[in-house]
Design a protein around this ligand. Structure first.
Ligand code: PLP
Length: 353
């Protein structure tokens, strides 16, 4: 085995169906706003992709606003007007950095939002704007978003759900705004969507694309590839449960690992593994040398490992000692077993076995 990729939560390998669509992009290579025949064909392809994405997420096509990725989709939702903001303590940086001054909703030791504290925080607030993610990118912990939505609605607020990690794995939650990203489910990076309940005010302004909700010539090859990747995920409805079995097999093969979030509902694709007394960077480098691509949960774009605000919010004493192993639809039992052997060898060498 050459190199084993277990960093699917960072980005998934492009799906062959999506790659084929992109390779064939010349077929749709015109501006969908152009009036000539090629432009009309591009516009029809865009409509078809929108319908396919809507079908994959079981929403009305009119609710899909394509964006340049998950971060932009979140930014579009966060820019909408309303009252004070509330965000969970475990949101991705893409939310935290675009929601300055927000009140933090705490999570319990399992990483799940405290619904009664949230309810109390929202009491008496005019039009609260709340952001609670569906599944966490470091631990895979899944939030009770239906309950959250009920509480937010009872307070007359709006809810943004970051479903970037869960899309293509779990049914999309129902909320005022739901953000998704193509590259986590087999599409290309730089393409995403905000699923909106009502029309939104554009943040990226210019032309009237996306019904005036997001300006800029549409990334049609990327959008069509997004649709193809999502179709591949939904066509194989059992993939996430199959991967969960592999993830559980992996965790069971690592005596001595602390599995963060293990007691909570989780995605089947993520294992957040702590190794007491060993910095995440040391673990990453050791495993990289052994041929395994994994991440620290809280890596930033420079590749540096930061202390995880997610694990800190869960009360983990040593949040800098955890790595994230993430699996996908093409992960095999042999890869998981090889990783487990390498992890055990690392723990033994570092005197932690
Ligand atoms: N939200 C979560 C939970 C993520 O994991 C990511 C990507 O890592 C994002 C948002 C950002 O999405 P994108 O990379 O498409 O901008």
């Amino acid at each position: 085995m050459d190199h084993v990729y277990l960093d699917w939560a960072a980005t998934a390998p492009i799906d062959p169906a999506a790659a084929a669509v992109m390779a064939d992009a010349a077929r749709i290579w015109a501006n969908p706003s152009s009036v000539h025949a090629a432009g009309r064909a591009a516009s029809a392809a865009l409509d078809a992709a929108r319908r396919a994405v809507a079908r994959g997420f079981d929403v009305d096509p009119a609710r899909v606003v394509f964006t340049g990725g998950g971060t932009e989709a979140l930014g579009l939702a966060l820019a909408q007007r309303g009252g004070p903001r509330f965000v969970s303590a475990v949101e991705h940086d893409a939310v935290c950095a675009q929601a300055d001054g927000a009140t933090i909703i705490p999570v319990n030791a399992g990483g799940v939002v405290d619904l009664s504290v949230m309810d109390a925080l929202l009491t008496g607030v005019e039009q609260p704007r709340v952001a609670v993610m569906h599944a966490n990118n470091e631990t895979g912990v899944v939030q009770p978003v239906a309950e959250v939505a009920r509480i937010v609605a009872a307070h007359g607020g709006t809810l943004l759900v970051d479903a970037v990690q869960s899309a293509g794995k779990l049914p999309l939650p129902d909320a005022d705004f739901v953000a998704v990203s193509a590259h986590k489910l087999g599409g290309p990076p730089g393409v995403g969507a905000l699923i909106v309940r009502d029309a939104v005010t554009a943040q990226v302004r210019g032309g009237g694309q996306e019904r005036g909700q997001r300006a800029g010539t549409e990334n049609l090859p990327g959008i069509a590839a997004f649709a193809a990747a999502l179709a591949a995920r939904t066509a194989d409805a059992g993939w996430h449960d199959r991967v969960r079995i592999l993830r559980d097999r992996l965790e069971a093969a690592l005596p001595g690992a602390v599995v963060h979030g293990a007691g909570a509902p989780r995605l089947g694709t993520i294992a957040c593994l702590g190794l007491s007394g060993v910095a995440a960077m040391t673990q990453l480098m050791t495993l990289d040398l052994a041929g395994f691509a994994v991440s620290a949960g809280a890596a930033c774009s420079s590749g540096k490992v930061r202390t995880s605000h997610v694990l800190a919010a869960m009360g983990v004493a040593e949040p800098g000692e955890a790595i994230r192993v993430s699996l996908g639809w093409a992960t095999t039992a042999a890869e998981v077993d090889a990783f487990a052997a390498a992890w055990r060898a690392m723990a033994a060498r570092l005197g932690r076995a």
